[in-house]
Design a protein around this ligand. Sequence first.
Ligand code: AMP
Length: 210
Amino acid sequence: MNIVLLGAPGAGKGTQAAFLEKKFNLVHISTGDIFRANIKGGTPIGKVAKSYIDAGKLVPDEVTCEIVKNRLSEKDVEGGYMLDGFPRNLFQAEQLDSFAKIDACVNISVDSALLMDRICGRRVCSCGASYHISTLGGRTTCERCGQPLYQRADDNPETVGARLETYNTQTAPLIDYYAAQGKLLTVECGNASPEEVFEMICEKLEGLNK
Ligand code: AMP
C-alpha cells in the first residue's frame, strides 16, 4: 500500500505517520525531514532548500521531485510507503503519478484556527517525536529517547503564516485532485486525540480492502 498523507502544517501528519509506520510497516518518507537533514549536513540541496524553508515557501519542484523519485527507486519501499509532505502542489502530484502508483490519499482535516498555536507550541526531538509545550510541564527532553527537545527554525509565527498561505493556495487543491481519482480518504479531526485520529484513519484504510 502506497499512501499520500495530506494536511496543513500542524495537522499531525508526522504523528500519524509514526503510528502508521508501526501498524502497517510502511516506510515513512518526509520531504521536510530530508531537507532538514540536508541543511544540517551542509549539502548543496540543503543550501538551496534553506532560503525557501525559512521563508515558508516551497522548495523548487525540480529539486523536490528528483529527491522523491530517487527515494522511491530504493529497495526498502517495495513493501509500501507513505509520503508525508509530498506532493504539495498539482505539478508534484502529476509528476508523482508518472513515476509511482498511489493507492490512497489520507487527508487529515483540522480546524485552521488551531494550527498557528499547534505549530508555534511544537517541540520536536531528532528521533521524530513531537510534543506541545502545554503538555510538557516544563520537561525539556524526549519522553521516548531522552534527547533534548528543540523548536524547528520554521515554527515561528511569521514563517507559519507564510506556510499556511502556501498550503491554502498550492496544496489544498490536491484534495480535489485525489477526490477525482477516487482515492481521497478524509478524516475530520475535530477535538479528537492523536490516538482517536489514528483509529479513524485505520477504519478508512481497512475499508479500502473491502
Ligand atoms: P514539513 O516538514 O513538511 O513541514 O516541511 C518543511 C518545509 O520544507 C516546507 O515549509 C517547505 O519549505 C519544504 N518542503 C517540504 N516538502 C516540500 C515539497 N513537497 N515541496 C516543496 N517544498 C517542500
